[in-house]
Design a protein around this ligand. Structure first.
Ligand code: ADP
Ligand code: MG
Length: 719
C-alpha cells in the first residue's frame, strides 16, 4: 500500500469497510404482532396497566387522555413501578431528559444505587425523584432569565411522554422525559411552551367545534409527522475533515464531476451497507416506541430520508429528538457518520425536515380531513381558513421559527423551500375557496361547495396529483406540510408557533361565526360568510407556482410578503409585537421568555459563524496553503517553464483573501447582540466564501496526492 496516495488509502478502506453482518438484526414475523419488539423498551400504557393498581392506572390515564394536571399523590406508586420495570430490564441509572434552549437534548444521569452501608440500599427512586429533578443548570443558556449564581433549574416529569430505556453495550439507562424551568417558573426549554400551545389550541378548537355543532369533543390534539433527511458518509472521510468534525459541514470542496444531474440516486435502490444501517436504526427506534414507517434515498448522492407515522406534537417532538440521536449512534456501528447539518455540501441538495401538521379530536376525527358530509366540509373549511389566516398574519414568525445558521444556505438560496412563506392549497381547494369568495360557482363542484349546507357535497379536494414541492407550506390532502424546517432542528418551536397562531385565528374566526349564527344564519351560510371574509383578506399568502423562480420573488414583494433571507433578518420576528401579543394572550410564552429565546438564538448564530470562520481560516492556512506551496515546489522541480502561472496567481489570491478573513475575524469594538450577528454574516461569512472560492479552484489543479482533504467525489460516492 505504500505507493497508494492519501486519498486512495481512505477510499480503499471506505469502500471495503462493510461486510454483511448477516442476522445481527432480527426482523421478527410481521404476521405475529407479538414477535415484534415495538415499544419493548417503553414504559407504555400496557406496561403501566400491568404494574399499577387499577385506581392509579385509571387516574394516570385520565391525566394523559384529557391533558389534566398530574395528581402528585400518584407519583410514588408510578415511580416504584417504573423503577422495578427498569431494573428488571437491566437499568442501572435514570435520567431526566429535557431540551434546553440550545435545541439539543440534555441528560444528567443518577444512579439507582444508593450506597448506604446497608445491603439493600440499592435502587432508591421515589415519587419525588420521578416528578422533579434539580440539575445544576448554570451552564445552560437562559437568555438572561436566570443569572448563573442562582443556578437552580427544575426538571418536572412529563407523564404525557412515556419513559423509555436506552440500551448501551455497557448498561441500560431509564430516560424520563421532562420539562425544564427556572425556579421562578419561567420555561427554559422547548417542551413547556409546546405543551402550553397544545392546550391553547385545544381550548380554542373545542370552543369552535361547539359552534359548529360538535358537542362531544373534549380535547383536540395537534399531530406531527416529520420526514427527516440526512446524509451518510464514511467515517474515514469525516475524521479527515476538521470542518465536518467542528462545524458539521464542509467549508471547502470543489463540485464533483458527477453530481445529482443523473437523478440516479432519488428513490434508487439503497446500498446494502446503508440499508443494514437503516434497518438497525429502525429496529432500535421501534423498541423505543417510535413508529418508523418509511425510508428511501433522497435527491443528493449519499442522502436519505426516514419518516415515522404521526403522533401528538409532544410525543412526536420527543421521538424526533430520539430519532436523531439513535440515527447518529447506530451509524457509527456501520463505519458511517450521520450528518444532520442543513447543508453539509455546497452545491449539493441540503437536508430539511418536513413537518406534517394537523389537528385531531379525542374522538379520532382529523380536522384537516375534508370529509364527506356537509357538516365535516363546513368544519374543514372553517379550520383550514384559520390556518391560512394564521400563516399570513404570522409569516415572519414562521420564517423565524425555522431560522438557524445552516438554514441560511437553503432558504432564500434557490433551494427548497424559499425564505418567503406562502401556502399551496392545490388546484381543487384553490377553486373551492375562490368560488366561495366570488360567490359564483362554475360547474357542479363549486356550486356544491358554495351551498355548504346542501345534503350532497362532493368529497372536497383530496391529495390529488398536483404536489408542489417548492412550496414551504402545502396542503397535502388531510394535513398541512410545513416544509421549511432544517434537518438538525427540534420540532418543538415551529410546532409551538403553529399551534399558538392557529389557536388565535380559530378564536378570531369563531367570534365572527358566533355573530353570524346569532344573526340567524344556519351553519353552512355562517361558515360561508366567515370563510369568504377571511380568505379574501388573507389570499395574498396563497401561491401555487414555482417557489424557486425569480418571478415569484418579484411577485411576493409586490404582494407585500416578507422575504427574510438570513437568520439575523428573521429572528427579530420572535419578539415582534404581533408575536408577543399572541404568545402572551395564550400563555405560551411571556415577553421575557420570548426575549430570552431571541437572545440565545442570536448568540448561537454569532458563535457558530465565528467557529466556522476560525475553522475556515485554520484549514486554509495550515492545510490548503501548504499543499499549494508543496505543489509549487513540484512544478519548480520539473524545470518546465511557463506552467506555474495559474497556481501562483491562485496562491497569491488565497493569501490575500485569507488576510481579509483574519481581519474580519476580529470583532469590532462595542458591537453586540443582533448587530454582531449581522457583522458576522456580512463580514466573517462573506470573507469565508471568498477564501473558499479560491481554495476550491486550487483543489482543481493541485496534485491529488498532495491535496489534504477528502473530495466531494469521494465522500458522496464511496460507501
Ligand atoms: P411525502 O413524502 O409524500 O410528503 P410521506 O408519506 O413520506 O409523504 O410522509 C407523510 C408524513 O405525514 C408521515 O410522517 C405521516 O405520518 C404524516 N401524516 C399523515 N397524516 C398526518 C396527520 N393527520 N397529522 C400529522 N402528520 C400526518
Ligand atoms: Mg413530504
Amino acid at each position: 500500500m505504500t505507493n497508494i496516495t492519501r486519498a486512495r488509502k481512505s477510499n480503499l478502506a471506505a469502500g471495503s469497510t462493510w461486510s454483511a453482518n448477516g442476522g445481527a438484526v432480527e426482523t421478527g414475523d410481521l404476521r405475529d404482532a407479538g414477535s415484534l419488539p415495538f415499544g419493548s423498551n417503553v414504559f407504555s400504557p400496557a406496561v403501566q396497566k400491568e404494574r399499577l393498581s387499577g385506581d392509579t392506572f385509571a387516574r394516570l390515564t385520565k391525566t394523559l387522555d384529557a391533558g389534566e394536571p398530574l395528581d402528585a399523590s400518584l407519583a410514588d406508586e408510578v415511580a416504584e413501578a417504573m423503577k422495578e420495570w427498569a431494573l428488571e430490564h437491566g437499568a442501572t441509572h435514570y435520567t431526566h431528559v429535557f431540551q434546553p434552549l440550545t435545541g439539543l437534548t440534555a441528560e444528567k444521569h443518577d444512579s439507582f444505587f444508593e450506597p448506604g452501608g446497608n445491603s439493600d440500599a440499592i435502587a432508591g427512586f421515589s415519587g419525588k425523584e420521578l416528578i422533579q429533578g434539580e440539575p445544576d443548570a448554570s451552564s445552560f443558556p437562559t437568555g438572561g432569565i436566570r443569572a448563573t449564581f442562582e443556578a437552580r433549574g427544575y426538571t418536572a416529569w412529563d407523564p404525557t411522554s412515556p419513559a423509555f430505556l436506552l440500551e448501551n453495550p455497557n448498561g441500560t439507562l431509564l430516560c424520563i422525559p421532562t420539562a425544564f424551568a427556572s425556579w421562578t417558573g419561567e420555561a427554559l426549554d422547548a417542551k413547556i411552551p409546546l405543551l402550553r400551545s397544545m392546550d391553547a389550541l385545544s381550548i380554542s378548537a373545542v370552543k369552535a367545534l361547539k359552534l359548529l355543532g360538535d358537542e362531544e369533543t373534549v380535547r383536540v390534539f395537534t399531530t406531527v409527522g416529520p420526514e427527516q433527511e440526512y446524509f451518510l458518509v464514511d467515517e474515514q472521510y469525516y475524521y479527515e475533515r476538521p470542518d465536518l468534525v467542528t462545524t458539521g459541514r464542509t467549508l471547502f470542496g470543489a463540485q464533483p464531476p458527477k453530481g445529482h444531474e443523473l437523478d440516479d440516486h432519488y428513490f434508487g435502490s439503497i446500498p446494502e451497507r446503508v440499508l443494514a444501517c437503516m434497518m438497525d436504526t429502525e429496529r432500535e427506534l421501534v423498541k423505543l416506541g417510535v413508529p418508523v414507517k418509511t425510508r428511501h434515498n433522497e435527491v443528493a448522492p449519499g442522502q436519505y430520508e426516514i419518516a415515522p407515522i404521526y403522533e401528538n406534537s409532544n410525543v412526536g417532538s420527543d421521538h424526533q429528538q430520539l430519532t436523531m440521536q439513535i440515527m447518529q449512534n447506530i451509524a457509527r456501528n456501520y463505519g458511517l457518520i450521520c450528518l444532520l447539518h442543513e447543508k453539509p455540501f455546497a452545491g449539493v441538495n441540503g437536508s430539511g425536515k418536513h413537518n406534517n401538521w394537523s389537528m385531531g379530536t379525542d374522538g379520532g376525527h382529523n380536522l384537516m380531513d375534508p370529509g364527506d358530509t356537509p357538516a365535516e366540509n363546513a368544519s374543514f373549511l372553517f379550520f383550514c381558513t384559520a390556518v391560512i389566516q394564521a400563516v399570513n398574519k404570522h409569516q415572519g414568525l414562521l420564517r423565524a421559527s425555522v431560522a438557524n445558521i445552516g438554514q441560511d444556505h437553503r432558504l432564500g438560496a434557490n433551494e427548497a423551500p424559499p425564505a418567503i412563506i406562502s401556502i399551496f392549497l392545490g388546484a381543487e381547494l384553490d377553486k373551492a375557496f375562490e368560488s366561495i369568495l366570488s360567490g359564483e360557482g362554475d360547474g357542479k363542484t363549486e356550486e356544491a361547495v358554495l351551498g355548504l349546507g346542501t345534503p350532497v357535497l362532493p368529497p372536497l379536494p383530496l391529495d390529488g396529483g398536483d404536489r408542489n414541492r417548492t412550496s414551504p407550506f402545502a396542503f397535502t390532502g388531510n394535513k398541512f406540510e410545513f416544509r421549511a424546517l432544517g434537518s438538525s432542528m427540534s420540532l418543538a418551536f415551529p410546532n409551538t408557533v403553529l399551534n399558538t397562531i392557529v389557536a388565535e385565528a380559530i378564536d378570531e374566526l369563531a367570534d365572527k361565526l358566533k355573530a353570524e349564527l346569532d344573526s340567524g344564519k344556519d351553519i353552512g351560510e355562517a361558515v360561508g360568510e366567515v370563510v369568504k371574509e377571511s380568505y379574501g383578506a388573507n389570499r395574498q399568502i396563497i401561491f401555487g407556482g414555482d417557489g424557486y423562480s425569480e418571478e415569484w420573488h418579484a411577485e411576493a414583494e409586490s404582494r407585500g410578503l416578507k422575504n427574510l433571507r438570513t437568520t439575523p433578518d428573521a429572528l427579530p420576528e420572535v419578539i415582534s409585537d404581533s408575536t408577543v401579543a399572541a404568545f402572551e394572550n395564550y400563555n405560551v410564552l411571556s415577553r421575557r421568555e420570548l426575549e430570552a429565546r431571541f437572545e440565545v438564538w442570536v448568540e448561537q448564530y454569532t458563535v457558530l459563524a465565528n467557529i466556522e470562520a476560525e475553522t475556515a481560516k485554520s484549514i486554509a492556512k495550515t492545510m490548503i496553503l501548504p499543499a499549494a506551496l508543496r505543489y509549487a515546489g513540484v512544478i519548480d522541480d520539473s524545470d518546465i517553464d511557463g506552467i506555474d502561472g495559474e497556481l501562483k496567481a491562485l496562491v497569491i489570491d488565497l493569501v490575500a483573501k485569507l488576510g481579509e478573513l483574519e481581519e474580519a475575524n476580529k470583532y469590532p469594538d462595542g458591537v453586540e447582540g443582533l448587530e454582531l450577528a449581522e457583522y458576522a454574516r456580512d463580514n466573517q461569512l462573506a470573507k469565508m466564501s471568498e477564501v473558499r472560492e479560491v481554495a476550491d479552484q486550487l483543489e482543481g489543479i493541485v496534485a491529488d496526492d498532495l491535496w489534504p482533504l477528502p473530495k466531494y467525489s469521494e465522500m458522496l460516492f464511496i460507501r
